[in-house]
Design a protein around this ligand. Sequence first.
Ligand code: C2E
Ligand code: CA
Ligand code: CA
Length: 733
Amino acid sequence: MAVKGLFKAFSGGSSGDSKTESISVITSDDYARRIEVLDDFEQAGISWLWATDEEGRLIYLSEKAAENLNKPIGELLSVPLTALFENDPDNPDEKSDRPLHYKFRKRSKINDLVVRRIPATLTQGDRPTWWMIAAHPKFDDAGQFHGYRGNAKDVTLEYQRKLEDSRLAEFDSLTGLANRHRMDSQLNGILGAFKAASRSCAIMMLDLDRFKQVNDTMGHPAGDELLKQVATRMRKIIGDRGEIGRLGGDEFQIILPDIDDRGKLGELADKIVKIISQPYPIGEKSAVIGTSIGIAVAPYDGVEKDELVRSSDLALYAAKNSGRGQFRFYSADLKDEEEKRRLLVEDLRDALENDQLDLHYQPVVRTDDHMVVGFEALMRWVHPERGAVSPDVFIPIAEELNLINQLGEWALRRACVDAMHWPKSVRIAVNVSAVQFANRDFPEIVRKALADSGLEPDRLELELTESVFLGDSETTDNMFKTLKEQGIRLALDDFGTGYSSLSYLRSAPFDKIKVDKSFVDSCTQKDKNSAKIIAAIVSLSDALGMETTVEGVEAFDQFSLVCSKGARYIQGYIYSKALKLSEIEEKMGSGEFRIEPDGPELYRPDRRTVFRRIGAIHEDHRYDVVMRDLSKTGARFEGMLGVPVGTKLVLDLGGGQLVISTVIRANESMLATEFETPLVNDGAGGLCTRHRVSPYDLASAGMPLAALPPGNYPLSHNISGQAGKPQFMQVAI
Ligand code: C2E
Ligand code: CA
Ligand code: CA
């Protein structure tokens, strides 16, 4: 009733109405009583009133509002409202709203805008405050602006609750990381804004290896605890370089704005792999997991979100397939690789049944007298159409298809039988995949292979990689114990490449460590750390009463260095590649087997033999050449005649990878060039450039903005196609 009366009073009243004559209405000219009403209204705290002058300074503010701000009204009047309040950057609803000061400048109407008290204006003991304000600009009849007239109310409680709700909707409650929803919208926002500004943004897709096993054996609470610790480690590594999200289960994503340097991205990914793979204390127990990472960079590998995410997924898939605990950059070839793999998958099942698989044996030689002390059994697959397929390719496929247990058992039984042909002093080493090791029945399979062949248990050595430690430590320890009880030997293979935690060595009963080829490869280079690491591993295993075998020695410079560091056993091409059983029997006869080292004097540091068409660009002309080998610092290729030493050429390695290089040797049509900037590791044992041609540059030269296709990359300045006159002769190869 009162409200109705008030309404009538304000709308001027109708003195002719008989019902209103009996009550005391407030007429529009009754200023005193109108003010009283306003006062009551303000006092009730329903809403406060405020007004500014044309400069935006407060000329009026309700007392209660001043109380709310915890300041005497005198201190607030004449202060600009925008010096007290601002838009809240965290407000989930008003992301697209214009800032308050902008509205003030434009003198536009303000509708229920939530603003936050500028934190710097809070004095000690004040709580953060949010107000909802609405206001109209006041113009006089001449169109002159006279400031704002508005109301306000404190919405702090409701606002904070809403903020919390939206935080829950955007963040994963277990780890506190962003959830898929937030990551998607962040990525969309960033890519949209960056497209306009020609900026780059990398994303990493991570998938934990063996998380499921921990969850299954140790229970869900342990799995949850593990995920929390993973999140903490990731936050530490990434810091404020980017945003980390958990997309679900054991899948994570990292958005890294403004990074396109694949050297830096590779180093970061490597660090993540290493740190995630360190053991996790969980209650009284401990668990180990690994991670694989796929990396894609916008705009090179995708301009829009979906495309970029697809690229990083494909890279992740490739990383998982090429042995776990690795990172991989997206490249257009991955699609072909995927297809090749799909075809192999179908053929591998047949291979097992049709006897296409074989075992070859690589000698392990004692360096002081060059005597063969053992052999490592290495699987070989000769595909009827494709020829030899590397075990590095088919073993991971077998693991994925669940064929590895069958394949591994076949190799084990076969190796034990074959070893019976050799002198008793000669051991046989068999590789065991982590999948086999995780199989409960594995000790029984080993026992039967020994019993059926008659091989003495101490002549059998099982080679395990650090990935067998993934999972919960109790199960792993039990498996070690059961195997050792049978009297067989255990070797830690590829030491130093994977998860590399010395704590494994302390707890596991290894008889031997195998130093990975990668240390040997780099030990004769300028970086002498690898040589020191080899020396350290040799003395460490001496101290722990273990043997060391150094793998992958090919040249004499490596051989003498490795021997000088104390290595007593070597397995490498300098002695022999893997041999067929018949070849071994021929050479060994019934007696002993001795091999003289033989190989090149010097090892060519990480020079990879390749055979690939690339482009060589000189001024405005592009030549088709064939690359013969590639290292971090240079390449050799064939296909151009008459090029003088010192000529600068841009090499187009495909996928937008251009390398500026200088010819350092020319021998007929074979050229050797040195790169201006060294290449970096691509995570898959190959090399790539740090940077690529930007699709933004190509777009500005008239090409559509899209992820880089695999084709040829002319420099952006000659995209128009007006290639100049060739200076050198193109030779067909
Ligand atoms: P791995 O266990 O590290 O085996 C050593 C690899 O290095 C072999 O490659 C061997 O041929 C190669 N190698 C040895 N000396 C040299 C050298 O001086 N220079 C160079 N460039 N390479 C050398 P391979 O036979 O291609 O085997 C690759 C990987 O496949 C093995 O690495 C192993 O992880 C896996 N693998 C092979 N056979 C089996 C098997 O029966 N079971 C399982 N689970 N994995 C196997
Ligand atoms: Ca091995
Ligand atoms: Ca190895």
